[in-house]
Design a protein around this ligand. Sequence first.
Ligand SMILES: *[C@@H]1O[C@H](CO)[C@@H](O)[C@H](O)[C@H]1NC(C)=O
Ligand SMILES: *[C@@H]1O[C@H](CO)[C@@H](O)[C@H](O)[C@H]1NC(C)=O
Ligand SMILES: *[C@@H]1O[C@H](CO)[C@@H](O)[C@H](O)[C@H]1NC(C)=O
Ligand SMILES: *[C@@H]1O[C@H](CO)[C@@H](O)[C@H](O)[C@H]1NC(C)=O
Ligand SMILES: *[C@@H]1O[C@H](CO)[C@@H](O)[C@H](O)[C@H]1NC(C)=O
Length: 410
Amino acid sequence: MRVFLKLQVFFALFTSSLSVLNPVVLVPGDGGCQLEAKINKTNVVHYICEKSTTDYFNIWLNLELLVPLVIDCWIDNIKLIYDNQTRTTRNNDGVDIRVPGWGETETVEWLDPSHASTGSYFTDVAATLVKLGHVKNQTIKGAPYDFRKAPNENKDYFVRLKSLIEQTYEENNKTSVILLAHSMGGPMSLVFLNLQSQSWKDKYIRSLITLSAVWGGSLKAVKVYAIGDNLGSYVLRESVLRAEQISSPSLAWLMPSKLFWKPNEVLVQTDKKNYTINDLQEFFMGIGFPEGWEMRKDTEPYQLNFKPPGVEVHCLYGTGVQTVERLFYKPGTFLDGYPTLIYGDGDGTVNRRSLEGCLHWRTLQKQKVFVKELPKIDHLQILHDKSTQNYITSLIKKYARLRQPMRKIS
Ligand SMILES: *[C@@H]1O[C@H](CO)[C@@H](O)[C@H](O)[C@H]1NC(C)=O
Ligand SMILES: *[C@@H]1O[C@H](CO)[C@@H](O)[C@H](O)[C@H]1NC(C)=O
Ligand SMILES: *[C@@H]1O[C@H](CO)[C@@H](O)[C@H](O)[C@H]1NC(C)=O
Ligand SMILES: *[C@@H]1O[C@H](CO)[C@@H](O)[C@H](O)[C@H]1NC(C)=O
Ligand SMILES: *[C@@H]1O[C@H](CO)[C@@H](O)[C@H](O)[C@H]1NC(C)=O
């Protein structure tokens, strides 16, 4: 009998704790959600490229499209075209691209609808939340966006994100929402929060959790402009992918920030000239990509607005992983050569100083800023690492306890 009663009490506590979970909205980083394309082109770059498709298909990140030759079709379909008069980008002629899965978790959990393990993104984080009693699409929502674009071209996203948060709050018995962001999702969330009033934030936001957020840009962006990036794959050629990568204004937004790099620090070294944070215009001219400089001018204001978010922050990031810090061109070579990469501390993608950016808010806002450094955890690994899952688990349990101060869960 006593055992039975104890069990009843246990279940009562358990079920009541379910109703007090703060819902979670997931904000992905650069490349962290699916994109779908529909094609109706008059010209293609190669005879093997399809001129038209009857419906939308997954274009990011579909590994079948990233093989030699087919990759040329892929780049021509996914790259953006910049207009320096309107200062906006558009899809290539005959291409329509959309972001599927608004409010759902599927397209931020898996980049590849076939669930290939290489495309696993917020999967482990979602699984951790489900274990705690969360329900996908109800108490966990995804907020994907066109990550090729920077905040200046994602103004509509911030409006929709606000509605999604308000709607999620209402659906969950007026319970404030946790924003959980990775990488570029961090500064996206910061832009969003800085657009809201303090009273709105106090009502709707429980806290902001960031994983490997890029607070002050990264030298990696300079490297991508110079030589491209193979996305960590040995099969893909960085020089091929570069054509697609540099067409994204979000890359210009992720260039090193003047708030984090001093004017005497050399980012790119050649025997003719050293390039610092103040020489980026010349750098873009030197690599033959003047549009990059235009995009930098469009996006830099968003980087320089580093006002604290005005909500409780949990800032997690990896360190102690070799991260490119400077490009060194051997004497006799110039920006069209191939540089030696000089490494420093960071998470393999983002420099340490940028990851630590959230520390600056500690004295600038009254809401707490918690910081957790995860040694040897790289930029993507943080999404899957046990320490991240443990941190999220204890935080969510703590919030549930705080909402029910009278009942102790033993
Ligand atoms: C909603 O919150 C109220 C007040 O805190 C509580 O009495 C009620 O049981 C909650 N309902 C659900 C479905 O969680
Ligand atoms: C494809 O584009 C052509 C014009 O370039 C247009 O006439 C045609 O209706 C389009 N087809 C579809 C299916 O949208
Ligand atoms: C703007 O674009 C046009 C056409 O591509 C080009 O000729 C011009 O030099 C560009 N202007 C700037 C400031 O980059
Ligand atoms: C979430 O919504 C999507 C789209 O409606 C659906 O495919 C998926 O199965 C849903 N997931 C859950 C757990 O209900
Ligand atoms: C570039 O910087 C390096 C190291 O700081 C210095 O040794 C070199 O003289 C500089 N070169 C030029 C051209 O200023």
